[in-house]
Design a protein around this ligand. Sequence first.
Ligand code: AHG
Ligand code: MN
Ligand code: MN
Length: 322
Amino acid sequence: MQRLAPSLREDNVSLDLISLIKTILAATKEISFRVSQAHLGGLLGSTLDENIQGEVQKKLDVVANELIKDILLESGFVKAISSEEEDHSVAGDENGKYLVSFDPLDGSSNIDINSLIGTIFSIHEAIPGVDAADSAQFKQAGHKQVCAGYVLYGPSTMLVMTTGKGTHFYVLDRTHGGFLLVERNVQVPQDTKEFAVNMSNQRFWQAPMQNYINDLLAGDTGPRGKNFNMRWIAAMVGDIHRVLQRGGIFTYPADSKNSEQPYKLRLMYEANPMSYLIEQAGGVAMTSQGRIMEIEPTDIHQRVEVIMGSKNEVEKCLSYYK
Ligand code: AHG
Ligand code: MN
Ligand code: MN
């Protein structure tokens, strides 16, 4: 099995970007260890703080954030970082070539029940001439990402990553401490019989999504003429990982629970990197209005609607909005 760096050189990834990726992965290996020891080390449960989005921070959210932030800011590769757990972007090295956005731990509600969680990251090139402290440099659309990935802390610690040459799977081999390539050019099946959505929000969705999901639930006696299965891990990393392997549609649609905020998932830390991985695997990643990776961000913490996965199923879902 091929090691990480040679596999990236085969995709013509620059040495600078490979170094940055290895830096991020060094932090995730430490997070993987901390996650496995969390109960024993007193790292379960919440802090007394909320992040800028009004969500209670778990102790492990904070630990993971500090580990990634520190290693990136010390690396010299990074001009600035932005994180779900930081109020503002944080300046790094003025000469750093890259910007990194990350969700230190996705699926926080799974931490205390020893279930699936992961780290999501997205890399853009820094804009020359813009001050490292200026968060405006993060307002780049998702199609400008040069790398995106996630590390899943599951039964195996897995890296799923793209640098624009397909989406590849790696597994952390603890015998030598490196990630090994296990599957190159993963392909999302175009058709599916599986969907992933938080059904408890159904009554708050817009009519097109209600109608679409009702037709899936109607099964082989309904308009779709086939039975669908539902899966929901409550961690986007876990749900998207299943979609990448087996196909499916994952959605977090607009809802009316909170009139000021119709969306749940974050553009920079969740939607964009997952869109890049899904599209590089032949899937489709949209809002009900258009392609996620074409959205020009207006705020680093902005949230969006997400409908992604198997090509034909996502297109079917979007047809209900027309
Ligand atoms: P985070 O743990 O980083 O706040 O993200 C959790 C997200 C996402 O992973 C998941 O799909 C969704 O929130 C689940 O939220 P609900 O349980 O509220 O539906
Ligand atoms: Mn998240
Ligand atoms: Mn998170």
